[in-house]
Design a protein around this ligand. Structure first.
Ligand code: GLC
Ligand code: CA
Length: 564
């Protein structure tokens, strides 16, 4: 295996709109990222992924790009981006940006041209289709649903045809079969690499190919969402091999694909095995929903399905063992907050630290999502107007149709809402959580006085310092090699409360114990030769007669004596 810089990195994901506002308009900006680089450096991260800040009408908060070569006014200027790259590099922090390949905004000049007429030179930049005649009426070419709800086709009056859009109406899908589109997008990537960025997170990359346009039969809804129609299809791999050859392989850049659509291990390897010559790694979502999320509404209890979670994380560790590399991220800007998803509200500190340990001691490149390091939580939405995410608004209206109770519909939409992770970063207990000095674009979480960066940094026992210590262990300690490159082996596979594993190389061995139980659990250590404790979330351990009594959500890493 060839070692790469990104295997030794610890990443941090920034959602710029909600990170830090420096010009008092209530919207986070590039200058805000610049000002917080020292903060990130003190946490220990040396890689940041920044969500889109390109010029955009913001239908999907920047994922709908109007101009790939310009910066949205609310975020700043190209000069700010240059300063950002320079300062980050000066601190030893690399930067990757979103590479949005699947679609553009409907306000992008290519689309404005494309819709004008059927023989416009840009027509084939997008996926156009005639409507289908049904009972004398023209309807969508297929009944396929989109990710954000409704049909994945949108009628356009100008030419009386439909364009495909698997996200929002304002995000027409690019036609990757068209070589011109591929060349344009390679050009986009090249320009950004030339500017000095270190790689890309490839947005929605599994969707660049479409299956034949035939209806989904026996559909339960008018527009059923069947990911298989536009996810992980064969031509995606041709396109990525081409991008790799013409773009990625020419620099030492990092490429992480967002691979939704139930990517199997098999397809994950197609994208990111070392010899695939496509991507450095892929983000998958297998571990994101291992809990009884909708039962929270009735029982108020959130129980992690630990066997599901273990299986999901374990299988990627195993499959990529010698064949590739994986990112280690709990969640991102599209999922609920980690603490609300898998944490425990009675033991927030212990469970937060334990969750951090579970992931950061694995083999791969960790990514912390902004605010995770201080234990930020979901937002208690009490009005639909608080939703800023178009898919949450659509979900709310869908639920309202099922059951006309608006309170229930709001609660249901809120639980999975992509707005949960997008409330502003909680920097301090002062007004607007220190994020801005004016009312922000999105409500601040009510708990900001309790959960914020300033408070975390003041208390040595905080979650923040636990993250810092985990990063320090991985990047700079005597365990650097075993944590980064060592073998991984799960133990106690069928235990419903413990997530335990070993990490080892030729001269070091670590035992990682993590309890997901709120009661004490006894664990037999007699078969391990314990040398010392490396990190834990409780000061003292109770070990008697070779048995440890793990406290609620206790997590502990021991160095073991290597048996030769
Ligand atoms: C990805 C992004 C998400 C966005 C979508 C469309 O899934 O993570 O935020 O809405 O792609 O670009
Ligand atoms: Ca601002």
């Amino acid at each position: 295996m060839t070692k790469k810089w990104w295997m030794e990195s610890v990443g941090y994901q920034i959602y710029p709109k909600s990170f830090f506002d420096t010009n008092y308009d209530g919207i986070g900006d590039i200058n805000g990222i610049i000002q917080k680089l020292e903060y990130l450096s003190s946490l220990g991260v040396n890689l940041i992924w920044i969500c889109p800040f390109y010029d955009s009408p913001m239908d999907d908060h920047g994922y709908d790009v109007r101009n790939f070569f310009d910066i949205a006014k609310e975020f700043g200027t190209m000069d700010d981006v240059k300063r950002l790259i320079e300062k980050a590099h000066g601190l030893g922090i690399k930067i990757i940006l979103d590479y949005v390949l699947n679609h553009t905004s409907d306000e992008h000049p290519w689309f404005i041209e494309s819709r004008k007429s059927k023989d416009n030179p840009y027509r084939d930049y997008y996926i156009w289709h005639e409507g289908k005649l049904q009972e004398g009426k023209k309807i969508e070419p297929t009944n396929w649903g989109s990710f954000f709800g409704g049909s994945c086709w949108k009628h356009d009056e100008l030419t009386d045809s439909y364009y495909m859009k698997i996200f929002s109406d304002k995000m027409p899908d690019l036609n990757w079969q068209n070589e011109k589109v591929r060349n344009e997008m390679i050009n986009v990537g090249q320009k950004w690499l030339d500017l000095g960025i270190d790689g890309f997170r490839l947005d929605a990359v599994s969707h660049l190919d479409r299956s034949e346009f035939v209806d989904i039969i026996n559909a339960p809804d008018r527009y059923p969402l069947d990911w298989h129609r536009f996810s992980n299809l064969p031509k995606v791999h041709d396109y990525l091999k081409e991008l790799n050859k013409k773009l990625f392989s020419k620099s030492d850049c990092l490429t992480i694909g967002e691979v939704g659509g139930e990517a199997s291990i098999e397809s994950g390897l197609k994208y990111a095995a070392f010899e695939a010559n496509e991507l450095s790694m892929v983000f998958n979502f297998d571990h994101n929903w291992c809990n009884n999320i909708y039962e929270v509404l009735s029982t108020k209890k959130l129980k992690t399905n630990l066997l599901c979670l273990k299986k999901a994380l374990n299988k990627w560790q195993i499959a990529f063992k010698d064949k590739g590399w994986v990112p280690l991220n709990w969640l991102n800007h599209d999922q609920p907050r980690l603490m609300s998803q898998y944490g425990n509200h009675q033991y927030p500190l212990a469970s937060g630290k334990m969750l951090a340990t579970v992931l950061h001691m694995m083999r791969g490149t960790p990514f912390i999502y902004q605010g995770e390091e201080i234990g930020m939580t979901n937002f208690l939405f009490d009005d639909v107007s608080q939703f800023k995410d178009i898919s949450s608004v659509n979900a709310y209206h869908r639920y309202l149709l099922d059951d006309s109770d608006p309170v229930k519909a709001l609660k249901k939409a809120a639980i999975r809402s992509r707005d949960n992770p997008r409330t502003p970063m909680q920097w301090s207990a002062s007004y607007y959580a220190g994020f801005s000095v004016v009312n922000p674009w999105m409500p601040i979480n009510y708990n900001y006085k309790k959960i914020n960066v300033e408070k975390n940094i003041k208390h040595k026992n905080s979650l923040w310092y636990h993250y810092q210590k985990l990063i320090e262990l991985r990047r700079f300690s005597e365990y650097h090699d075993v944590i980064t490159y060592g073998n991984y082996e799960m133990i106690d596979d069928n235990d419903e409360y413990l997530f335990n594993y070993l990490r080892y190389n030729h001269n070091q061995k670590l035992l990682v114990l993590n309890s997901f139980a709120s009661q004490r659990i006894e664990y037999d250590l007699s078969s391990f030769k314990i040398m010392k404790k490396v990190i834990g979330n409780y000061k003292k351990q109770s070990i008697k007669n070779g048995k440890i009594k793990l406290k609620p959500f206790e997590s502990i890493v021991f160095e073991l004596k290597e048996e030769l």
